[in-house]
Design a protein. Structure first.
Length: 125
């Protein structure tokens, strides 16, 4: 069973600045144009981070079951290094996508732009 630090490593925290950058730019533009709604910014951040973590776990899962990561050097590969079962990494990916979905639905409800649900579905599909 993987330790907490291995699960954190499996989430590939070095990729998270990419998710943070998009939200920072959007929040900066909102601040420049009018004002920042902190709850909206926080929800957007949670969506972005949860999607990034979900994609990282999904990649770990798919590469692990294909055997692509067996001789890999670099960040922790939970399945490829047999630190966690493929099923548990798959569940972690699904839970991350569920968190992103719930936060995204809350954000859409706050802003009232229901068409954004289609964007969210496309992101997790």
């Amino acid at each position: 069973m993987a330790s907490l630090s291995q699960w954190v490593g499996g989430a590939r925290p070095r990729t998270l600045p990419t998710a943070l950058a998009a939200v920072a730019v959007g929040t900066g533009l909102a601040a420049h144009e009018s004002s920042v709604a902190p709850v909206r910014a926080l929800l957007a951040l949670m969506v972005a981070v949860a999607l990034q973590v979900g994609v990282n776990y999904a990649n770990d899962y798919s590469d692990g079951i294909k055997g692509t990561d067996e001789a890999r050097v670099g960040p922790v590969r939970l399945v490829g290094q047999q630190l966690a079962s493929p099923q548990s990494v798959r569940v972690a990916a699904i839970l991350s996508f569920a968190v992103a979905s719930l936060c995204g639905i809350a954000l859409v409800a706050l802003v009232g732009q229901w068409w954004l649900l289609l964007v969210g579905v496309a992101c997790v599909a």
